[in-house]
Design a protein around this ligand. Structure first.
Ligand SMILES: [Zn+2]
Length: 554
């Protein structure tokens, strides 16, 4: 008996030895699992493939897995990997590769940074930068092309403003535009600034920026791939284990696929096909897409109802309070939106529509109701991206139609200085209304919209609970009745963001059978004061049980 038991044990040891050796038991001061069955634990075991085997107490799991690799993070707190439910990975990477003009205190400083950046460029290659803000300069007025022409007579220079809603070109860049920019014509939804003689002065607002963007040569495949890699690296360095990439082309999907094939994706990308175009067509023809690695999938389409509030492009039911006669604009017509939504429904694709103004949101909800028909009550998980300004009558429709509100807390705290001027005291009550939406039963998925806002999800958590800027202003928060608790905000960045990507059975919480995607934080986000959320220390980020980011040892 004894002998045979020993033999069995030896045999088991031989068979299970290597696998057991690769099982890991992680121990921490606390693990906030976001799993209501067991919200708090001190230990978690996961296998070599990154599947969670058990969650529990340290003693229990170390006894159950005596040969497992031990990973003790000491006094740190572990939470599920954060998921940014709306962002632009390539956009962030390109922003990181362009000249950084954020914080420049004068035009002279801008020129100094540009000269430095130009050293790495080939002759004639476009010099692209972003982040200038004339409000930070002594003269506080818009710059012009002549400011750049002396230093860069031949090289096209194109610099977007801090908010991305204005661009500053030199004469070489304007010469690259095919269309004659002189005269008095203006593009829809944009403005070309000109002198009295009708000559453009180098400043392009909103859609007028497209004239320059289209004149820029397309980036090389290698550059576009590098942008994705840089964007993903920045994401994991901030504790993100997943990003919903809100609108990519078929080319971009192929670029991601090549990275996934090479095992070069540090986190999970949930991609949305951009508009009613080739990528959506590929989903309709070839079916919903998922890479075998689990790091990449596409089963959603990004549609566009209206513009943005800052440039008064958001579609409003009534006039803008600070611009009478203007009700904003629709980016897709009601018919185009209806056709695209019907196509999504037909192909089993999740619709995710950008809607900012109350008219944009109502149109989106009406369109969804029509396209989904009786299935509106089902598990379609269609989403409204931003859901920024809602008419009171439309608020409860999100819960009623099971539509997910995909919102960005930092948009509220970035827009709060001027949002009420745009929409007035009545409509502001339905703006950035995540508390009202949550209490009405709607599901919230949180993101950042990076690079429009920072990639850093700590800022989103902080904005959601404080409704205040980085300095804590206004005291007590802006429209403080909309504040969430830290737990609710974390849930929107984890479990409910996973739900918005049909992944809550695999991701978003730490429970047996799910993936070991988690973040190690030096502080406990559910115990620190609100103001400390923006200063949490990300010690490490794990995807499938493997570290994809570790903070440098100081
Ligand atoms: Zn976006």
């Amino acid at each position: 008996m004894r002998g045979s038991t020993r033999m069995t044990a030896l045999l088991l040891g031989l068979l299970a030895g290597p696998a057991l050796a690769q099982t890991t038991v992680l121990t921490a001061a606390r693990i906030h699992t976001m799993d209501t069955a067991q919200p708090l634990a001190q230990a978690m075991a996961y296998d070599a493939s990154g599947k969670i085997l058990a969650v529990g107490s340290t003693g229990e799991l170390q006894a159950r897995y005596p040969q497992a690799r031990r990973l003790d993070v000491g006094s740190a707190t572990v939470v599920p990997g954060l998921i940014d439910a709306h962002a632009h990975v390539g956009g962030l990477g390109f922003a990181m590769m362009s000249a950084d003009l954020v914080g420049t205190a004068s035009k002279a400083e801008v020129l100094a940074r540009l000269r430095e950046n130009a050293k790495g460029l080939k002759p004639g290659e476009w010099l692209v930068g972003r982040g200038w803000d004339q409000n930070d300069w002594p003269e506080k007025t818009f710059p012009n092309a002549a400011d750049l022409d002396a230093a860069f007579p031949d090289r096209p220079v194109w610099l977007s403003r801090i908010d991305g809603h204005a661009g500053w070109a030199n004469s070489a860049a304007m010469r690259a535009v095919k269309r004659d920019l002189t005269g008095s014509w203006q593009p829809d939804g944009g403005s070309i600034q000109r002198d009295a003689a009708g000559t453009p002065n180098g400043i392009f607002i909103d859609n007028a920026m497209l004239l320059l963007e289209e004149a820029r040569p397309a980036s090389s495949e290698a550059t576009a791939e590098r942008a994705l890699v840089l964007g993903m690296q920045a994401a994991v360095a901030h504790g993100l284990t997943g990003v919903h990439d809100a609108g990519i082309s078929l080319d971009e999907l192929h670029r991601y696929q090549r990275l996934a094939d090479r095992g070069a994706m540090p986190l999970r990308i949930y991609a949305m096909a951009d508009g009613n175009a080739a990528a959506l067509e590929s989903l309709c023809k070839g079916g919903l897409y998922r890479h075998a690695s689990g790091r990449l999938q596409m089963r959603a389409v990004k549609l566009y109802a209206d513009g943005a509030l800052g440039s008064r492009g958001a579609a409003m039911l009534e006039d803008y309070s600070d611009d009478h006669g203007n009700r904003g604009l629709l980016l897709m017509s009601a018919q185009e939106l209806a056709d695209a939504s019907a196509k999504a429904k037909r192909c089993g694709v999740q619709a995710a529509t950008h809607a900012i103004g109350d008219r944009g949101n109502r149109l989106t909800l009406d369109t969804y109701a029509h396209a989904l028909g009786k299935d509106a009550a089902g598990d379609h998980r269609w989403r409204v991206e931003h859901a920024q300004i809602l008419a009171p009558a439309d608020l409860s429709r999100f819960a009623g139609m099971h539509v997910i509100a995909s919102m960005q807390p930092t948009h509220a705290t970035s827009d709060m200085p001027w949002a009420q001027e745009r929409v007035g005291t009545q409509r502001i009550v339905g703006a950035y209304a995540w508390r009202q939406l949550r209490d009405s039963g709607a599901r919230l998925a949180f993101g950042s919209d990076f690079p429009v806002e920072s990639v850093d999800p700590r800022l989103g958590l902080y904005s959601a609970v404080s409704r205040a800027d980085g300095e804590g202003k206004p005291a007590g928060g802006w429209m403080p009745q909309e504040k969430l608790t830290a737990y609710e905000a974390l849930r929107a960045f984890t479990l409910d963001a996973a739900y918005a990507g049909f992944a809550e059975s695999e991701l978003g919480s730490l429970a047996p059978g799910k993936r070991a995607d988690f973040v190690v934080l030096a502080q406990d986000p559910l115990a620190v004061p609100d103001a400390a959320l923006k200063a949490l220390t990300v010690l490490a980020t794990y995807v499938d049980g493997k570290a994809v980011y570790e903070a440098p040892v100081r």
